[in-house]
Design a protein around this ligand. Structure first.
Ligand code: NAP
Ligand code: MG
Length: 463
């Protein structure tokens, strides 16, 4: 795999401050595929200075010109689609069709959506005797996870650039090569020097230095709730803006009026995709007691199609594999019934976990409360709609969800869920719809016009 041995700062690849490196590992075969520099506070400081220096001119660039450059980034990503997909397969382990689709096609589409939004968004509004200007917040520190390596980057950088902000990105240590390809695309597109900067490195070193840097105006973080809490505290202490996109434990609620077969099959597919490493995955399936046994049977049947090493890739690293296997052991210990999978690794090499379905899961069990981030589905039983609602809302999270049933009943139920997104009867993902969490799933929204608003602040002029 192609690796840069420097940081992309101020429009060029510069030597890193330290000679320490991070080994990038292919989780499917456990082989080292490359090394990237491990950034320090010094690299972060250089990148923030470059972003600050570039900010006034970028903020003053007419939105239509910013839009054209974001469109050029989109095209540069599209021109590299093959390389991006191959890199996501190599460093994340995503099976090639998934790498080409969700991991490459989706972020290219989102970059395109921000080229359009930058050109059409009303950055100026008249309110009575005032004109309200939407101005960029400033220098953005973006910290991203490995689960959707390119999407997580584009979902922050594209709206930030559309708003007129400049950016320093610290990507996940497990997937830095996709981030380097993104930097190449930004460079090829002709985005002015310093508008986008990349520092690879470890979270507690480079990530923390970025969150703490006093010249960063907004920290946008996606990842675990534990780290998000710390980032929020740092931002609060410095009175800077913060956006947090954290974990989830979403419910797939199957009402009695639903197409049970479809609801179960789509629900299983939703969790197995990306080996369960999706913050919005519907990891709890809620089924009425009268349909429970049939749903469990259908789920066991559906999950058999997800063969590790074929349709299902490995987890990203050995630590995540161990973590998820530990949760499966915990489920068994607490009395849930395994109907598929289990804690044993299905393949000798690679960080694979068996696609696992648990029945007889009760709402208090650890596997029904904590984010597992692996291919594990828990099926819970409910007695009536009020019971289903209490279970659905009964976690600290609220990122996503699904409801299946008669359309009106499904919508009424969805409106009572404490969560940021709900798919009704298999409604398609909409890249323009705001994405983000209620409760401990986060603060702020990504995607579409709502995602753009995160990077803007208002100034009112009275006449
Ligand atoms: P994580 O540690 O929260 O990582 C997210 C990002 O934050 C990475 O770039 C990470 O760098 C960085 N980071 C870590 N510690 C930091 C610190 N003290 N200050 C600033 N930045 C820091 O997540 P993880 O360890 O990769 O995964 C753990 C769990 O998080 C998963 O099991 C899952 O439950 C959850 N998760 C959620 C999402 C989501 O989309 N909501 C995504 C990934 C993970 P490093 O890469 O060097 O750690
Ligand atoms: Mg980490």
């Amino acid at each position: 795999m192609k690796c840069h041995d420097g940081m992309y700062i101020g429009g060029e690849w510069r030597p890193a401050a330290s000679s320490d490196t991070i080994a990038v590992i292919n989780p499917a075969d456990e082989q080292v595929i490359g090394h990237v520099p491990a950034g320090t506070a010094e690299d972060i400081d250089a990148a923030v200075r470059a972003a600050r220096a570039a900010f006034p001119a970028w903020a003053a660039t007419p939105p239509a010109e910013r839009a054209a450059l974001i469109g050029a980034v989109r095209d540069a990503l599209a021109a590299r689609a093959g390389d991006i997909a191959a890199t996501v397969t190599a460093e994340l382990g995503a099976p090639p069709p998934l790498a080409a689709g969700v991991h490459t096609g989706l972020p290219i589409a989102i970059a395109g959506s921000y080229a359009e939004l930058a050109a059409t968004h009303p950055f100026e509004e008249k309110v009575g005797n005032s004109v309200v200007h939407a101005e960029p917040v400033g220098v953005v520190g973006a910290i991203t996870p490995w689960n959707y390596p390119l999407h997580q980057i584009v979902a922050k950088v594209a709206p930030a650039l559309a708003a007129g902000c400049t950016v320093v990105l610290k990507p996940a240590e497990d997937t830095p090569l996709t981030a380097q390809l993104f930097a190449e695309a930004v460079h090829a597109a002709g985005v002015p020097a310093g508008v986008f900067n990349l520092v690879t490195g470890l979270g507690p070193v480079a990530g923390q230095a970025l969150a703490e840097h006093e010249d960063v105006d907004l920290v946008s973080f996606t990842g675990s709730t534990a780290v998000g809490r710390r980032i929020g505290a740092i931002a609060g202490g410095a009175v800077k803006r913060v956006a947090l996109e954290l974990g989830g434990k979403s419910a797939n609620v199957i009402l009695p009026g639903a197409d049970l077969g479809k609801a179960v099959a789509v629900g299983i597919a939703n969790v197995m995709s990306n080996s369960g490493q999706t913050c919005s995955a519907w990891t709890r399936m809620l089924v009425h007691t009268d349909q429970y046994d049939e749903a469990v049977r259908l789920a066991a049947e559906a999950v058999a199609k997800y063969v590790p090493g074929e349709r299902v890739g490995p987890l990203v690293n050995a630590r995540q594999q161990q973590r998820v296997r530990g949760y499966i052991e915990k489920g068994v210990e607490e009395g849930a019934r395994l109907v598929a999978g289990g804690p044993e690794a299905p393949l000798e090499t690679g960080y694979y976990v068996s696609p696992t379905v648990f029945a007889d899961v009760t709402p208090q069990m650890t596997i029904a409360q904590e984010e597992i981030f692996g291919p594990v589905v828990s099926i819970l039983r409910y007695e009536d709609e009020e019971d289903a609602l209490a279970i659905a809302n009964g976690t600290v999270y609220g990122l996503s969800g699904a409801v299946w049933g008669e359309p009106e009943a499904a919508v009424a139920f969805a409106r009572r869920m404490d969560t940021g997104q709900v798919d009704i009867n298999g409604g398609r993902f909409n890249p323009l719809a705001p994405f983000g969490g209620y409760k401990q799933s986060g603060v702020g929204r990504e995607l579409g016009a709502h995602g753009l608003a995160e990077y803007l602040q208002t100034k009112s002029l009275q006449f």
